[in-house]
Design a protein around this ligand. Structure first.
Ligand SMILES: Cc1cc2nc3c(=O)[nH]c(=O)nc-3n(C[C@H](O)[C@H](O)[C@H](O)COP(=O)(O)OP(=O)(O)OC[C@H]3O[C@@H](n4cnc5c(N)ncnc54)[C@H](O)[C@@H]3O)c2cc1C
Length: 264
């Protein structure tokens, strides 16, 4: 039976996140959250593999306690087990410490044959996690999968999308995959699965119950990068449409503007 891990991240609705002009920090409080959309494509790919070859899907997320709702959403559409890594010491993590924390917690659940990730998150959007996780899991990696064509004998064959065409690759298991959306649109839960997911057990790991966790490698101390400030880009002066009613006066008005700007 294939053991499959799917990494899912809860993100704030980025259209609603505001910036604190004083501190330059993102204000996330009170902003609705959602499951990173590309992670739902990754989960759908995992579910299709499970349906074709058998297996068990473990969902894993690292985040604040409310990230549990993302796990429940994903349990309702094909996940079998769910793992939440949470606790203040994990906060402020960059990708280096997040990938470390995820692998240490996943190790508590055994060895995985397949690991699925979104290509990037909509909020952090570094796109670094998949490669870091593959390295830490000592797994091969196939990115941008359009289809997973065959799995057997400790290997898989997949079709990747390239800018210039398609590429068929073979990789040994364990293997980490990121997928394209096209063949992996997320499915809707049945009412039965939705209700079952509401009360399904979730395994919770904190800094206190992960074997061999090095506290210097999680959260801020374990992060190689620091973001001192976030600020919106300076936008150029917006353009102006001159519409005075006649071409002649439009041209005159344009000449005035250009003269005023010293362009003539
Ligand atoms: C208490 C706490 C607070 C946190 N607060 C924030 C925060 O405010 N902002 C923030 O961006 N992150 C936060 N995190 C999570 C973590 O710091 C980031 O997820 C991490 O830096 C990944 O960056 P990225 O989103 O750019 O990764 P990317 O490389 O863009 O993500 C690619 C893929 O990796 C997987 N992945 C990424 N992050 C996680 C995760 N946390 N759990 C499971 N799978 C994941 C997903 O499949 C995702 O699609 C918090 C974590 C904890 C414990």
């Amino acid at each position: 039976m294939l053991k499959i891990l799917v990494c899912v991240k809860q993100i704030p609705d980025i259209d609603l996140v505001k910036m604190d002009p004083e501190t330059g920090n993102l204000v996330r409080a009170g902003v609705p959250t959602l499951t990173n959309p590309l992670d739902l494509n990754a989960l759908e790919a995992a579910v299709q593999v499970k349906e074709s070859y058998g297996g068990e899907i473990t969902l894993i997320t690292m985040g604040p306690p409310m990230a549990e709702s993302t796990l429940r959403e994903c349990l309702a559409v094909g996940g079998d087990e769910a793992v939440l890594i949470t606790g203040r010491p994990f906060g402020g993590a960059d990708t280096l410490s997040t990938s470390y924390s995820i692998v240490k917690a996943a190790d508590m659940e055994g060895r995985f044959d397949l690991i699925f990730c979104g290509k990037e998150s909509q909020d952090g959007a570094t796109g670094q996690m998949a490669s870091q996780l593959a390295e830490r899991f000592d797994a091969s990696q196939v990115s941008c999968c359009l289809s997973i064509d065959e799995i057997g004998d400790g290997k898989l064959r997949a079709t990747r999308v390239l800018e210039t065409g398609r590429e068929i690759v073979e990789a040994t298991l364990p293997c980490l995959l990121t997928v394209e959306k096209d063949n992996f649109y997320g499915r809707l839960p049945s009412l039965k699965d939705y209700l079952a997911a509401k009360t399904a057990p979730i395994t919770t790991y904190t800094e206190n119950n992960i074997d061999g966790l090095d506290l210097n490698k999680i959260g801020v101390p374990g992060s190689g990068t620091i973001v001192p400030k976030i600020y919106p880009p300076e936008l150029p002066e917006p353009g102006r449409i001159i519409r005075t009613g006649s071409v002649k006066s439009d041209v005159a008005a344009l000449m005035d503007v250009l003269t005023e700007k010293g362009a003539l």
